[in-house]
Design a protein around this ligand. Structure first.
Ligand code: MTE
Length: 313
């Protein structure tokens, strides 16, 4: 680790990194209580920097450790190895940050992230994350519903999809100097998916601001879809009438579809999607069965009524 990285990571190393998981979970309950009483700021110097409330949408499954969540990543702007994002994102500057919101909205413009967050209530959302590569984690995100932001912008009738773009910074993102991906990284959602209460923009995890390797300072989280839909370091959001470009679909459309709903019955052409490897479960942890819509079917299956999910993968 370079000295620069150390200094960037330094202030972000919080109690979650040095606290055993059970203590973290107890502490989290205390924090949630403190937030409820408006006492979060009094929780002491070791308290998380973000103020947030718990959510009914959180899973009770045990979260992965901070080390796992921040050391095993996909963020090709920093390289293709799972450790590259952690090793090479130290130079990346997530502050200050602006997001351009445009297309079919009443109030287009470029907003500072601080402005966007001013009157937003952050929530903790402990979600399962299922990567299309058949590994999974449980991550305690801090964020807010994407709908909150879209409502502020005022979605116009006729808008059917939301398009997202990651920042272009080849000088800070060494992976962007390789041309095998047509940068910037792009993703999209159908408008009803974007407005769904489970769909969030995350600004933190484990109570602290997002580490660079996880998509600082703002990334999308759609827990019933494969992880590649969760575009990181977002600078542009556009409301559009047609299905927008999506990076993995552009690269290999027979393997990666626009919907990318987690589906154990529709295999990737090169591997099965029936089971997954939970990171941290250990050599003898075994594989677990992948759930339809990553276990969020009760909330989202209605969005896809009448669709052939083998065709619209
Ligand atoms: N966003 C950008 N901009 N670039 C990427 O390479 N990788 C995606 C997604 N978002 C990616 C991205 C993939 S394949 C996954 S599985 C998740 O980020 C991983 O998120 P995590 O590293 O925070 O677990």
């Amino acid at each position: 680790m370079t000295r620069d990285m150390q200094s960037r990571l330094g202030p972000r190393i919080g109690w979650s990194q040095v606290t055993p998981r059970a203590d973290y979970l107890n502490r989290r309950q205390l924090m949630a209580g403190a937030v409820g009483l408006g006492l979060a700021g009094l929780a002491g110097p070791a308290a998380a920097k973000l103020t947030y409330i718990p959510s009914k949408y959180s899973t009770t499954e045990t979260p992965n450790t901070l080390e796992e969540i921040t050391g095993y990543n996909n963020f090709y702007e920093f390289g293709t190895d799972k450790s590259d994002p952690k090793n090479y994102s130290g130079q990346f500057q997530p502050e200050p940050w602006t997001v351009e919101i445009g297309g079919m909205v009443d109030r287009p413009g470029t907003w500072g992230l601080d402005d966007i967050l001013k009157d937003v209530t952050l929530e903790e959302r402990i979600y399962r994350l299922r990567c299309v590569e058949a590994w999974s984690m449980v991550i305690p995100w801090i964020g807010f519903p994407l709908k909150t932001l879209l409502d502020k912008a005022g979605v116009q009738p006729g808008a059917k999809f939301v398009a997202f773009e990651t920042v272009m910074r080849p000088e800070e993102m060494p992976g962007q100097r390789a041309r095998w991906i047509e940068w910037p990284y792009r993703e999209g959602l159908r408008l009803d998916e974007a407005m769904h209460p489970l769909t969030i923009l995350a600004t933190g995890l484990y109570g602290d601001p997002l580490p660079n390797q996880n998509g600082a300072p703002l990334r999308l989280v759609v827990p019933w879809k494969y992880g590649f839909k969760g575009i990181k370091s977002i600078v542009k959001i556009s409301l559009v009438p047609q299905e927008p470009k999506a990076t993995w679909k552009m690269l290999q459309s027979n393997e990666y579809g626009f919907y990318a709903n987690v589906n154990p019955k529709v295999d990737h052409p090169r591997w099965s999607q029936a089971t997954e490897r939970r990171i941290g479960a250990g050599l003898f942890g075994g594989r677990q069965e992948t759930q339809m819509f990553n276990g969020y079917g009760e909330q989202v299956a209605d969005l896809y009524k009448g669709m052939d999910l083998a065709k619209d993968y």
